[in-house]
Design a protein around this ligand. Sequence first.
Ligand code: SAM
Length: 218
Amino acid sequence: MRLRNIPGSQERILENKYTIQTDGADGADYRGKWAKEFFHNDHPVHIEVGMGKGKFILEMARQNPDINYIGIEKYSSVLVRALDQREELESDNLLFLRMDAEDIDQYFAPGEVAKIYLNFSDPWPKDRHAKRRLTSRQFLERYDRFLVQDGSIQFKTDNRPLFDFSVEEIKDTGWILDECSFDLHADGPAPNNVMTEYEEKFFRKGNPICRLVCHRNP
Ligand code: SAM
C-alpha cells in the first residue's frame, strides 16, 4: 500500500510521542529496553511488521492492555493515518515505528519480542525479489535473532502463491508450523480473530484468507 504523499506527515510523526522515526530520532537507543524504558513495565512485546494504517494493531492494543505493541510501517504517508486513532486509544501500550523492516534486527535485542504479526504483506511476485517478502528465509533469519525462545509468528494473507512460498520457507529453514489454514473464515468470521483492513476488504470480496502460526525450532 502506498498512498500519495501527505504534506506534513513526516513532521506529525516526529512530533507525536507515540511514534519513532528510525532515520530521525533513534529507535535503536531502545534496543533491548523497549518494555522497561519506553513502556515502563515488564510486559511482553508483540510487533506487527507492515501495519499499514494500523487497524489490526490498534484493536489488539485495545483488547490486551498487558501487552506492549509496536507497529512497524515503512511509509510516513501510510503511518500518519494511524495517528488520529492512536490519540483515541486510552491505554499506553502502543508505539509506531516508521522504518524499513530490512533493518529490523538493529532495533530489537535477542529475546526481546514474544510475537510477530505479518498481515497481508506485500507479495513481491517476481522471483528476483523473493528476499524482500516478509516471510522469506532472509526475514525469518532476522526475526530469529530477536524472538524469545518460544516466540511465534502469525501470518495472514489472501495471496495463495505467497502463502505457499511462506510455508516452504518455514519448513526449509527448520521452523515448526503449528497452525495452517487455507480458508480461515470458511464457516463465517473466525472467532477470536482481529480482522485487518485488508482482511476485511478481501473477506467481503469472498477471497479465502490463509493463516499460519509457526515458532522457531528450540
Ligand atoms: N497489515 C495491513 C493490513 O493487513 O491491512 C496492511 C497491509 S499492506 C498490503 C502492506 C503494508 O506493509 C504497507 O503499508 C507497506 O508500506 C508495508 N511494508 C511493506 N514492506 C515493508 C517493510 N519492508 N518495512 C515496513 N513496512 C513495510
